[in-house]
Design a protein around this ligand. Structure first.
Ligand SMILES: NC(=O)c1ccc[n+]([C@@H]2O[C@H](COP(=O)([O-])OP(=O)(O)OC[C@H]3O[C@@H](n4cnc5c(N)ncnc54)[C@H](OP(=O)(O)O)[C@@H]3O)[C@@H](O)[C@H]2O)c1
Length: 242
């Protein structure tokens, strides 16, 4: 077992995507790991986030490692909390005839391609003999085995693609960075902008506040060790079918 106790985490943590869950995750990490210097990164730079980062922009990603190196602390944890389900020109599809190329590309851009390129961008900061966490928010609806209702073609498929990309990452890093742990986490339905248009289908006691979701996610994340790397886990620590 390697460094499961939160109090031992000392250095730099980066939370990407300070939205509903991401902001609460940053606050929770500050609370549970007082020796971590927690930075946030998002499309809106300071003061909204510590660092300006559009995770869909290669120039921004290429600059990330030098911005983090300038902090002068070892990077111990990166938590990707970005994602998109809907937007001005993006609605989750209810049936095949609503499936279009551009929204599919948007879904894959943020929910699948961005997290693996984030891992690539921060890899130069890894140290072989130092424990490190890379976590990314996935979604239970990205489970192929658990897909019983269909719909949401692009979002489901993009989250499934993220799961596969980060599972491959966990296998490569197990060889190259044996103290790194990669985790794919489902937060549970949480009261944020992302879920707001769809909350009428959710029982009130099943809808988490961002604070509660963050507490649960950080607890599950910090329990993971390198021998468990590449797991797809729900907020309660239960494994989710791929
Ligand atoms: N809420 C839920 O019920 C739920 C359930 C299952 C899974 N999830 C997953 O949890 C994650 C977080 O969702 P949330 O509920 O916290 O949603 P949210 O409040 O909408 O937060 C999403 C964040 O992603 C950021 N983002 C989007 N595109 C970005 C980009 N190109 N570069 C940098 N940041 C970008 C957004 O920033 P901007 O302000 O710049 O757009 C926002 O801060 C997502 O991956 C989502 O799929 C959520």
């Amino acid at each position: 077992m390697v460094e499961a106790a939160s109090t031992t985490w000392v250095g730099l943590a980066l939370v990407v995507g300070p939205g509903g869950i991401g902001s609460a995750v940053a606050a929770e990490l500050e609370r549970t790991c007082p020796d971590l210097n927690v930075l946030t990164a998002g499309r809106h730079g300071p003061p909204a986030s510590s660092l300006q980062l559009d995770i869909e922009n290669d120039t921004d990603l290429n600059q990330l490692s030098s911005s983090l190196r300038a902090e002068g602390l070892p990077l111990r944890l990166v938590f990707n909390c970005t994602g998109r389900l809907h937007g001005p020109e993006l609605q989750p599809e209810k049936r095949l005839q609503q499936v279009e190329r551009s929204p599919l590309e948007q879904q894959f851009g943020i929910n699948a391609i961005a997290p693996i390129l984030l891992a690539k961008a921060i890899e130069p900061l890894l140290v072989r003999d130092q424990p490190f966490h890379f976590a990314s928010l996935s979604a239970r609806v990205g489970s192929i085995g658990d897909n019983r209702t269909g719909g949401w073609y692009g979002y489901r498929a993009a989250k499934a693609a993220q799961n596969q990309l980060l599972r491959s990452l966990s296998i490569e890093w197990a060889r190259r960075w044996p103290m790194a742990t990669v985790s794919l986490l489902h937060p549970g339905t949480t009261d944020t902008n992302l879920s707001r248009p769809f909350q009428s289908f959710v029982a009130p006691d099943k809808l988490f506040s961002p604070k509660r979701a963050a507490r649960q996610l950080v607890e599950v994340l910090l329990e993971q060790t390198p021998d468990q790397s590449g797991a797809f886990l729900a907020w309660d620590g239960q494994s989710i079918d791929w």
